[in-house]
Write a protein that binds this ligand. Sequence first.
Ligand code: SF4
Ligand code: SF4
Length: 333
Amino acid sequence: MKIVVASGKGGTGKTTVATNLAWLASQHGLATAYLDCDTEAPNGHLFLRPVIEARHEVARMIPQVDAALCTRCGQCGELCQFSAIVCLGQKVLTFPELCHGCGGCQLVCPTHAITETPRAIGVVETGRCGALQFVQGRLHVGEAASPPVIQAVKQAAPRAELLIYDAPPGTACPMIEAVRGSDFVLLVTEPTPFGLHDLRLAMAVVKSMKIDCGVVVNRALSGIREARQLCQQARIPILGEIPDVLAIAEAYSEGKLAIEAVPGIRRTFAKLLLELTTAVRSEGLPETVRRSLNHVIHPSTEPMARPGQTADDRPTPVCYLALRAAGPKAKGV
Ligand code: SF4
Ligand code: SF4
């Protein structure tokens, strides 16, 4: 299941939703990976605190001009839509930060004066946080084009039953690149005039890509009626509402996961995860995972024992952050 958590604008709580959902799913026995595609400002790691195990550079091919072969005809500059190559008098100048690596200039050059050379533009890091697999992309400072790094993050996706992609904010190329090829998009919004305006744009983009989507309303207090109305008109389901609680903002500012730090919020996210996965796939989650999450929502229900487990060692959510904080004495970490 590939689910992208996106938003029409920054600051709606997209990373809060993505990290808490991924962490919760992994705690309840679902093989899960969190992939941070917000490559200009990846911050999921601040909450999940993964151990990074591997790192690789992402490069893009940019043109290199052989002055001896160049006739200064100017055809490369005329073709380039990004002004990344310009013929000025007796010189051909290249601007690697603006280049999109399309290779067009090389194709039109009549004297084959242009070759391509790799240029590092970012890095992809992979690691783990307890049972949760972690991938993040990071665009190098000063680089303008994040889609190639986002593509590299997607290519580095590990094997998992649930892949949660944290998309860049907005509705431009980086968001579209993150959403492309996904099974479902969860749009995070806040019920303010700005939030709902940008939600409309995000809905339109996702619909134009013919990908199913749902909405989660963060800081659901005033304005929730307008948000519900908008979603009803657009025929897009609201899969969850996260209350406007100061403790969630405090947990965020301290780099803590809301489900670990705020009493009662684990239940909100458990409901959201069930609604979300059922919206993506009618059969939803495996029975053991669903029972385990239902136990969070209705503590009176019994979580199902996994094969080989007795009734007394049923899956109990493990807080790896707490175990790690307890140091080497904590067994099994
Ligand atoms: S590769 Fe494409 S974007 Fe880059 S300079 Fe050439 S034409 Fe422009
Ligand atoms: S198209 Fe080739 S020959 Fe013409 S200006 Fe560009 S690099 Fe030089």
